[in-house]
Design a protein around this ligand. Structure first.
Ligand code: SF4
Length: 328
């Protein structure tokens, strides 16, 4: 499926190609590659050498994405690619997002990938592990086919996508987990090499039509001051107080050697989040991973690792007080 697959969202400019998929708007010279390393100029056309190249294909608990309000306790077919629009120095999947060279995994056409998912008998499909949005063209085809086949889809993403492609993609996706890595535009630009405003805009758009949960990895000295976290949480609340917020702790990885996030920092973020939002979870640190009903405070779903038990989540309603829960 690889080879001469041509990309979307680009224009010719002075003998080069200008990619308009993400806010970087890379000008890619002939023979060169964009910042994401998967969109190439060959002979004045934007070509996708990694079209259909899959770095990982597995069946995971949906809690691993993490999604806690979208079919809790389910399994989900999970697909990884290569490449990324950000360069986070603490990336936990750097070997498939930034430093993958010419390495590829298996090649699967959109039809073959959806065929595999259908054959697995698992009706949910996630694009995760690395940044899926840089494979916009492949994703669009897979998302159409998945919908036709009756599968529901999930994107785990950094949300760095321009408005025009976002408007085309979002209606085809059932649920998102979007990373909101900081609430500082300077931090996004200088450390992550990204653009906060486009991420905020993507979150607002996604929440209009799809299920959305957000994740923030807390990094000591980078993004965990109470003032910044309060601004971040207030933003989430301004979109919807129903959006679940997952707070997780950092461990040294890739180019970062800072000490891990103290558990007290995670606890502080959780209590701050809970004063504005209905559902806040601690992911890989702490015990705040159960879902309780915002209406009556009864336990709906308990989680211990990936062991998930349903106590009162009943077709999207609380079994005890009947109030509707955010999610499916
Ligand atoms: S998607 Fe890749 S090539 Fe296109 S603008 Fe973004 S980083 Fe550059």
């Amino acid at each position: 499926v690889t080879g001469e697959q041509e990309g979307d969202c680009w224009t010719a400019e002075k003998g080069a190609v200008r990619c308009h998929l993400c806010p970087r708007h890379c000008l890619v010279r002939n023979g060169g590659t964009g910042f994401c390393k998967v969109r190439t100029n060959i002979g004045g056309r934007l070509i996708l050498p990694f079209y259909g190249e899959i770095s990982a294909l597995a069946i995971d608990p949906i809690e691993k994405k993490p999604l806690y309000h979208f079919y809790p306790g389910s399994r989900i077919v999970s697909v990884g690619f290569y490449g990324c629009t950000l360069d986070c120095p603490f990336c936990q999947n750097w070997n498939i997002s930034r430093e993958f060279g010419a390495q590829t995994g298996q090649s699967l056409s959109p039809e073959a990938l959806v065929g595999r998912a259908v054959a697995s008998g698992v009706p949910l499909m996630a694009f995760t592990y690395s940044e899926p949005l840089v494979h916009f063209e492949y994703l669009m085809r897979v998302l159409h086919l998945a919908r036709e086949a009756g599968l529901e889809t999930v994107l785990v993403t950094n949300g760095m996508l321009n408005r025009e492609p976002a408007l085309r993609l979002i209606p085809l996706v059932d649920a998102f987990n979007i990373d909101l890595k900081s609430f500082s535009g300077d931090y996004y630009a200088s450390v992550l090499k990204g653009d906060l405003e486009s991420v905020l805009s993507f979150i607002r758009l996604a929440a209009e039509s799809s299920h959305v949960e957000l994740t923030t990895l807390l990094i000591p000295g980078d993004n965990e001051s109470p003032g910044e976290l309060e601004s971040l949480v207030r933003f989430i609340a301004s979109v919807s107080v129903d959006i679940p917020w997952h707070v997780s702790g950092y461990r040294p990885e890739y180019r970062y050697r800072k000490a891990p996030t103290p558990v007290e920092t995670v606890s502080m973020a959780v209590s701050l989040g809970k004063s504005f939002l209905k559902s806040v979870y601690t992911g890989n640190m702490g015990d705040d991973n159960n879902t309780v009903c915002p209406g009556c405070s009864r336990l709906l779903v308990s989680r211990s690792g990936y062991f998930v038990k349903n106590h009162g989540w009943d077709a999207g309603r609380c079994r005890y007080c009947g109030s509707r829960q955010y999610g499916r």
